[in-house]
Design a protein around this ligand. Sequence first.
Ligand SMILES: Nc1ncnc2c1ncn2[C@@H]1O[C@H](COP(=O)(O)OP(=O)(O)OP(=O)(O)O)[C@@H](O)[C@H]1O
Ligand SMILES: [Mg+2]
Length: 465
Amino acid sequence: MKSFRRRLLGTLLVWIGMMLAGLFIVVLQLLPIYEGAENKSDIWLILFLTFLSALLLSAIVGNRVINVNIKPVENATETALELAKGNYLARATESNAQESVELSRTINVLARNLQEITAVRVMEQERLKTLIENMGSALIMIDRQGAVSLVNKPFLDEFNLKPEAILGKFYKEIQVPNVVENFIENVFMTETHSRAQIEFVLRSKQRNLNVYGAPVIGEHERWLGIVIVFQDITELKRLEQIRKDFVANVSHELRTPVTSIKGFSETLLDGAYKDTDTLLSFLDIVHTESNRLEMLINDLLDLSNVEQSGFEVNAQPTDMKAVIKRAIEMIQPKINEKSIQLQLEIQPVIVLGDPNRLIQVMMNLLINAVTYSSNYTEITIRLFTKEDQAVIQVADQGIGIESSEISRLFERFYRVDRARSRNSGGTGLGLSIVKHLIEAHHGQVEVDSTVGVGTTFTICLPIAS
Ligand SMILES: Nc1ncnc2c1ncn2[C@@H]1O[C@H](COP(=O)(O)OP(=O)(O)OP(=O)(O)O)[C@@H](O)[C@H]1O
Ligand SMILES: [Mg+2]
């Protein structure tokens, strides 16, 4: 509105100026003629036409002046206002008028620079945000007043929190375990770097975290707050525990037969060999224990072999029914010993696998089923196809396994009841070997068990196409 009024005023001024100038000239020219003329109305007509022409001419000239001089300035002003509002896409029209072209160009260069700077800033912010969100560690920033100024998604996930529940809150108000709060407080109070390993139980799960805290220092060495980074090492700790257990278990398993062999052979050497009965009975024990030692070493070697990352089975189309038959033959004496009834529900299926390795798997499962079942019970072996997989099940009516134990069953040396399992002669390596072999076949193994009712092991294997 303002600009319209300004334009109208400008136009009027130009008109009036030009009209006055024109009239002044015409009157000067006509004055002597008018005084001597007979028909004065012609003179008035000429005067009127001249006035009209002057009006038209002044309108054209006025408009041109406005277009060339005022419009570009207005356009530049509007563009500058848009830029001030943050619309860096706004551009001024670059006219041909010498006076305004420089202004429009400069404003456009300014706009382009601002647009570039903003784009770079947005990109950097996005990059930083992506980095913080995807750094794989939980992060929290606390400002100098102790309020939470930034958290990333891993932090919210780690402590099961919602952003609105913590952003802007005082750090003591957020719901984190005490050890975490103490660590934050320590870094906040001392304003120094700190590192620690903390553990706590959250939602009944053990968590182990590596925590690093540091002060945030801004310009002129100004302290702005603190930043804390949490790295989840729960899995690492679990693996470390498994490794420690493994070493302890191997040493224990090896020491038992070795102690026995050593003890009995020393007794024999001390003179017991003279009594033939004692000699034979001790030698029998030494023989049994060395067999156990050999079995353990073989299992360990086997496991270490299948655990190698490059381990591959010699997969070929294999008649799974024949594999099951062969495994049953091998353990038939054990089945007979316990008078166990064997039920077979078998369809012919050709799987893609290594026949010897699959016999080994089936034997391990069948020996377990027999070992952990009472006399006169039943073991069912099923073989069928489901979608594009072969399914093999070994179901017993044995002692069953507690659901809390199932997740650890495939760990090396893991036995549900150590004392009882040792009496059964096992070492706890069987199921780890089974799991690794089945995974090497690109299959899966699962357990379903009810204490006192029985256990079913289910294996899925790819079918040979
Ligand atoms: N069918 C089953 N019923 C009940 N418990 C079982 C069954 N199969 C396995 N388990 C439990 O799982 C544990 C681990 O089995 P795994 O076969 O790995 O070891 P193992 O039988 O003790 O020894 P081995 O290395 O000689 O096989 C067993 O000690 C037993 O407690
Ligand atoms: Mg076993």
